[in-house]
Ligand binder design. Sequence first.
Ligand code: MLT
Length: 381
Amino acid sequence: MSAMEIPAGLADVPVTKSAISIIDGKRAMLSYRGIAVETLAKESSFEETAWLLLKGQLPTQRELADFHHELRQRRKVHYKLIDVIKNFPADGHPMDALQASIAALGMFYPARDVKNAASNWEATLRLIAAMPTVVTAFARLRKGDEPIEPHPDLDHAGNFYYMLFGREPSPSVRKVVDACLILHAEHNMNASTFTARVTGSSLANPYATIAAAIGSLSGPLHGGANEEVLEQLSEIGKAENAKAWMDAKKAADPSFKVMGMGHRVYKVKDPRATVLQELAEHVFAETTRPAMYEVALELEKICVPIYGPKGVYPNVDFFSGVVYSSLGIPTDIFTPVFAIARVAGWLAHWLEQLQGNRIYRPEQTYTGKTDVAYIPLEKRP
Ligand code: MLT
């Protein structure tokens, strides 16, 4: 195979078989284990969806009740881990704090024998349960506030909101947070999921595997994009500025790309963006309709005739930041929210990878020199 034949970024190259989720990028279709994501966002809960992803089918009432219970038991993290988080620099990025915390979590609750199904399930529960705890602990500690203990009566979404703000969400805000978690829980072979599968394939422990996936998600070309979308909307400032902003960007660089527009897989509007927009309308019925949302709508209107013919439409990041910021979530916590959701998908892929595992060891096309003579240091020019 020549270097020319390797698609950049392995675009369209299947790297594994998987039964977890499927996307039809031309028909705006995403389903988890065969159930449309729109249905799950409306009807399901994050916990039920996580079970579906992990186990392959919807839980019975009993299974779901037990799952809720087991997760709640594991929300608290070892006090020494909170001490570790206290010592992170306050101006460090929350994704870096999350990655380091999850790697450290694996030292407090070791699960190195990945051939042991009971230990793998234990780690799965702990990872899902502890992510909101460590994200909110860092978010508060960096401001000098004490972390808030998990609330045993709240579900995953409600408890995350409670630990972040110190108050319970209204039922509709809770539903929006829950639906955002469902929408971000899984997305077939994206970069962080591939990272989780590659790391897991070496039989690394689940905490190391998830920490690696968090690192991958943190990049601006992946989960970090939602932060950049909000910065872009803030730069535009007002809906009526959008056209002039766009004209200036295009004049300066005709290949200018708008953050949050376009997706490697979708050639139409990302179905998650459509659901998020509906959710946004729900949130804004309770809060005020933020200027940033009006800017996003105007920008979408301007972009569609320019980029639509090339199959470039809003992706999930285009609206998620606006929804999160309207809930009062700090901009640099957007990607950690994504991670709190996506850990379910990563773990489902990790467990699937371990069945019939073979370590990933692809080939490369060498483009370097051969037969180069070694010149002793003192003789080098
Ligand atoms: C995701 O949800 O992981 C992103 O849309 C990126 C992707 O699928 O490549």
